[in-house]
Design a protein around this ligand. Structure first.
Ligand code: HEM
Length: 93
């Protein structure tokens, strides 16, 4: 695993992050539609929680959403917020 427990514990997280208030809105209808065929439902709290570290690695490296998909890579702020959600134990809110 590229990002381990120690990595997430060291992120700077000034505010609390929840699925309902912060994370759910980060996934577009296009993300959801395309990734459903790959076995990850990005509209599902359960699926995103289970795959959170893998998703973090993809959005941080910029490999997802894919260049050329018509979507922008996530900003550093979004990547950090997602990492903070992992640090805080993926609360649903
Ligand atoms: C923020 C949004 C997205 C996230 C977090 C995400 C996450 C991921 C993850 C974790 C995988 C590996 C899953 C596996 O191999 O079973 C993957 C694969 C893939 N995703 Fe996404 N995805 C996103 C958006 C998209 C979009 C918008 C498209 C297409 C327009 C797309 C197309 C693909 C394809 C083709 C693969 C398989 C090939 C590869 O690994 O590069 N994804 N994605």
């Amino acid at each position: 695993m590229t990002h381990d427990h120690k990595f997430f514990s060291q992120l700077n997280c000034p505010k609390s992050v929840t699925w309902t208030s912060d994370i759910q809105m980060m996934f577009t209808p296009l993300d959801i539609q395309h990734m459903k065929t790959k076995g990850i439902d990005l509209s599902s709290y359960q699926d995103v929680m289970i795959n959170a570290v893998q998703i973090y690695s993809r959005v941080k490296s910029g490999s997802m959403p894919p260049p050329g998909s018509g979507e922008q890579p996530w900003s550093d702020e979004w990547v950090n917020t997602f990492g903070c959600w992992i640090q805080q134990g993926c609360p649903q809110g």
